[in-house]
Design a protein around this ligand. Sequence first.
Ligand SMILES: [Zn+2]
Length: 443
Amino acid sequence: MSVDHLPREQLRALQSRKLGAQIERLRSNPFYKARLANIASKGSPLDALKSIEPIDKHQLLTDQNAEPPYGQRLNVPKRDVAMTHTTAGTSGLGQEIHGLTWRDVEAAGYLSSFAFRWAGLRYGDPAAFNVGFSNSSGGNAMLRGIQAVGNTPYLIAQAGFEERLSILAKADPVGMYGTPSAINGLLRTARDIGFDIRRNLPSLKFLLTSAEPFPIEWALRMEEAWGARLFEDYGATQSASSICASCCERGAVVDGQRGHMHLFEWSFVFEILDPETREPVRDGEWGELFITTLDKEASPLLRFGTRDRVKYTGTRCGCGRELMCIESGSITRYDDMMKIKGQNVWPADMEKALFGLAEVREFSGEVAIGPKGRDELYLRVALTERGEALEKRAADDIRAAFKAQFNVSPVLTFVDVTELPQWTTPEKKSRRFVDTRQKGLAQ
Ligand SMILES: [Zn+2]
C-alpha cells in the first residue's frame, strides 16, 4: 500500500515511531536540549509533542544570528549540508536559512512528486515549470518533484510571457506549474496577442498552483480558459523544503465548490491550532498551521508556527485517503490582517471579493488617512472594458460586496489597466493592498 493511503491508525503509529526517534536525535542538540529537558522518554511521543513549546520565526532568526549561518539547530556536521534554502524575507524580519543533506534533497523531491502525480503527471509526460532558480525551497522542491515522477521539466520562467507561450506551444505539456499571478499573466498575454490556448496546448490536462490564495470564480475561469483542471499544493521552507500538502485527483474545485489539500502526514506531524488558546480547531474552523518534521536531517523543526491561517476540513475525502485536509485556495497569513475602520479584514478576502466579479480585471488598494483624518480604503480598479454603464454597475457591485463582507465603504476610482502595477512576475508574491496610515498619521 502506498504511504498516502495508510489507514489513520497506522499513520498515527508511523508518526509516533518517527517522532520518538526524532526527539531522541535532538536531545543533545543545543537548540532543542532545553526544550526537550522535561519530555518523558516513556509514553506516546505524539502526546509528549503537545508539551513542547512551539517555535516561531523570531527564535529561528535569533538562533542563526547567534551562530551563523545555520544556527545551533543544525543537527548534522556542517560539511554534510548539500544545499541551502532561504525564506523570502517578505515579513521584514529577515531571511531564515535552512540546510539540507543530500538525503533531505532527495526526500523533498520525492514528497513534492505526490502533488504532480495526484494532478495526473505520469512517466514520460512533458511538464512546464514557471519558477526561476534561486535559493527558495519552492522552486527547487517542485522541480525535483517533476523529476521524481521521471520527467524532464520544461523551464520557462527565464523567458518573457510571450516567449513562454511559444515554448509551451512547442512542448505541448500535460501539466504546468505556476503561481496564480503567473497563470493569470500568461492567459492575459495569450489574449492580447491572439494565442489560442486550447488549440495550441491540446495535451494540457492540469495546472498546479500555490503561494497565493484565489477566489473560486477565478479557479473556474482558469479551468475553462486553459481547458485544464486546477490543482493546488502547499509547502514551506520549514516543511523540509518540500511540498507538504496537495489536492488529490479530485482537484482544487469539486462540484463548483472549493476542494481541499491533503496534508502529507507520513512525513510530518501537523497541528491546526487556535492562535489564542493553542487548542486544536474542529472540522470547518480556521487555525494556524504548526509543522513538525519527521524525516528532515539537517534542520529539523518541532512545532514550528507557520503563521499561515488555514481552514481544517477533516480527514475524509472521496478518494479514500484518511489524511488531514485543509481547504484549497484560501490560505492567508495571520500577519497580513488589516484593521480598517475597526474591522478585521484580510487582503486575500478583499481580492477574492473583487476578482469574484467578472468585470474586474485588476486593481490596487490603499488604506490611508483620508481628508477627514479617518482611515479610508481607496480602490483603483481596472475593468475588462471602459464605459460609463459598466463602471456604474461595477461600482454598485463592489460597494455592495464590501459593505456586506467587510462593513467597509471603499473610495472608488476606475483607471486603465496600464496605470496599475502588474503582478505577472511569478517569483514575486503579489501585494495588491498597501497600508500607508503610519505615513499619513505622521504628517
Ligand atoms: Zn482526496
